[in-house]
Design a protein around this ligand. Structure first.
Ligand code: ATP
Ligand code: MG
Length: 251
């Protein structure tokens, strides 16, 4: 289960985020990056954040703790910026919070950053599994914090949930955008990590993760997601082969 906290103070917007996420303080005195249910991307982006984020965690990647955060109408009352006030108003109720990592820096290959082969290979496998297109050199969504890499921003993954008639075909398809993955240059162990990663996932893990998603965000049964994820896992060879091919083309 995800912990639930209550928002107590809107601290500052993160202007670089397309969905206008913000740093918000909660009643446990923690600071969180709040992703709003009322943002343009809609609640399914939060569904993707939870499902993909928790799958990444099960695979051994570092993902900041996810919580659900209750926002009430008092939070935006004194907010001078109209866009922010509207967003807060449209988001009363449950939203998604990520533990805020103070002082974290974005991964930047142009500045000489690199990743260890296991992390990079696991990340390529993971992003291929959930179909995450937001892990490119231009927009890596990878934060350095205390000398470790943290994985954020999974809202654009699991695209099939926006159009369920594509789900069956999507589940067995390779991840065509893997060639743009920012960690592909260091992903030298994809074949080696593959069996172990497959073994960590399965129907019961998927069901546990779906149970973390709040009712009000879903427009489809949890069992439909579990079926999709199980089918994708069954077909893992298709995206693993594509990743190996893309990696061989790099070198
Ligand atoms: N847990 C966190 N700790 C510290 N900084 C964070 C955290 N989560 C996000 N950020 C910062 O906030 C920015 C926006 O977050 P995120 O990428 O999740 O939002 P987004 O609206 O989906 O972004 P975009 O669509 O522009 O990629 C990140 O690029 C990062 O700089
Ligand atoms: Mg981002």
């Amino acid at each position: 289960m995800l912990r639930t906290v209550h928002a107590t103070r809107y601290v500052t917007p993160l202007r670089e985020g397309g969905s206008l996420p913000a740093i918000v303080e909660a009643d446990d005195e923690g600071l969180y990056v709040l992703k709003f249910r009322g943002a343009g991307q809609g609640p399914l982006a939060l569904v993707a954040e939870v499902i993909a984020g928790e799958i990444g965690r099960v695979l051994g990647l570092r993902v900041p703790e996810l919580v659900t955060m209750e926002v009430d109408s008092a939070l935006g009352r004194n907010e001078p910026d109209e866009e922010i006030r509207d967003l807060l108003e449209a988001s009363t109720g449950l939203n998604l919070g990520l533990d805020y990592l103070p002082g974290a820096l974005m991964f930047d290959p142009a500045a000489g950053d690199s990743a260890d082969p296991t992390t990079a290979s696991t990340a390529v496998w993971f992003d291929s599994f959930v179909g995450n297109v937001d892990r490119t050199a231009r927009n890596p969504n990878l934060l350095w914090w205390h000398k470790s890499l943290y994985f954020i921003d999974h809202g654009a993954s699991l695209i099939f949930q926006h159009n369920w008639c594509t789900a069956e075909a999507n589940a067995v398809s390779p991840f065509a955008r893997v060639g743009d993955h920012v960690l592909l240059p260091w992903a030298t162990e994809i074949a080696a990590v593959d069996p172990g990663l497959r073994a960590r996932l399965g129907m019961s893990i998927f069901s546990e993760i779906l149970a973390m998603v709040p009712n009000g965000w879903l427009t489809e049964d949890r069992s439909a997601y579990v079926r999709y994820l199980s089918a994708r896992l069954q077909a893992a060879s298709s995206f693993v082969e594509e990743a190996l091919r893309a990696r061989a083309e790099l070198v």
